[in-house]
Write a protein that binds this ligand. Sequence first.
Ligand SMILES: Nc1nc2c(ncn2[C@@H]2O[C@H](COP(=O)(O)OP(=O)(O)OP(=O)(O)O)[C@@H](O)[C@H]2O)c(=O)[nH]1
Ligand SMILES: [Mg+2]
Length: 370
Amino acid sequence: MFDFLKKKPVPAPGSTPPAPSATTPPASAPAEAPVRTGFSPDDLARAFTDFQAEKAARIEAEKAQAREAVRETLGSSLLARSLGGLFSGNPRLDDDLLDEIETALISADVGVTATTELLGRLRKRMKVREFVDAHALHQALRADLLAILAPIAKPLVLETENKPFVILTVGVNGVGKTTTIGKLARRFQLDGHTLMLAAGDTFRAAAVEQLKVWGERNNVTVIAQGQNADAASVSFDALQAAKSRGFDILIADTAGRLHTQAGLMAELGKIRRVLGKLDPAAPHEVLMVIDGTTGQNAISQLRAFHQAVNVTGLVVTKLDGSAKGGVLFALAREFGIPIRYIGLGEKLEDLRIFDPEAFVDALLPAAPSR
Ligand SMILES: Nc1nc2c(ncn2[C@@H]2O[C@H](COP(=O)(O)OP(=O)(O)OP(=O)(O)O)[C@@H](O)[C@H]2O)c(=O)[nH]1
Ligand SMILES: [Mg+2]
């Protein structure tokens, strides 16, 4: 990358040159051109600027790819189709249009609270003749949708000063927790972090195996104790190991559980407390994974998990399947908990950093198709 960084180091000031060895050419041999050694301040400044530019370009490229993936995937969701349909034929600006928007939002899982608020605002503005036509209303709806999501778009920041940064992954059965851990681990590795996984789903032997196999394949250490072990004890051991071995990140998996099962929810609280014994700040992130096709049940799931274990970030998966596309608005409006990532498929690259503008653009593109 930076070729000049491969130059020989400058000898320390005042050091004596090395004694001639048996292979040193005789004094009569023609003198070689002097080799330029060391890094000048200009070299270092250039290297730093190049590195920053490369990093910025990488981030921009990833953003552009994510934008495209979100547009492709969510552009065919129910919400995008119904809103697109409403605005495509240059509709009349009247109460019927508002009613149809309301139905589209409710049917696509946006939720009653968020929908009522959105419509209330649009109705008021329409009454005072703020919109000259349906296009103006379309623009206002886009801005309002974005205003709901913008406050919860806070990407996960890994503070690795006091290692390790501990992520506890929770959620109901089959939502994509273990798959998400694999995707995150890969992402963090590419960013140059060292990490360890804790096989905290001790309900099923297959779950421990699933994580172990993944770890072996990707050269990631997995701490496990086998089936029926105490999940809190696995997490404790893993944190101890990650601390003593100086890993940057520890991600703990947990068994899927129904939010209505009080005993199992209490167990999550225990995992949290046990981690806190080794590091009072741990877990630094309680990441709840929610299946994007769940609909309004996602609200009661999050309420119960938040109460049990204080959720600090969300991943909404399976937005590529039969997801209607609106549940993120309901979650954002109800809880204000950051959505860190969205899952758009089963491949590693299908976990994308949540970008609210890309999301709204996919659901309701700026220029209505005519
Ligand atoms: N289409 C799609 N499938 C996904 C996504 N994320 C996960 N899956 C699939 O969902 C299924 C369940 O994933 P897991 O990661 O095992 O879910 P889990 O939450 O760990 O499940 P339990 O441990 O049993 O609670 C797998 O088949 C995944 O490939 C996604 O974003 N899109
Ligand atoms: Mg799992």
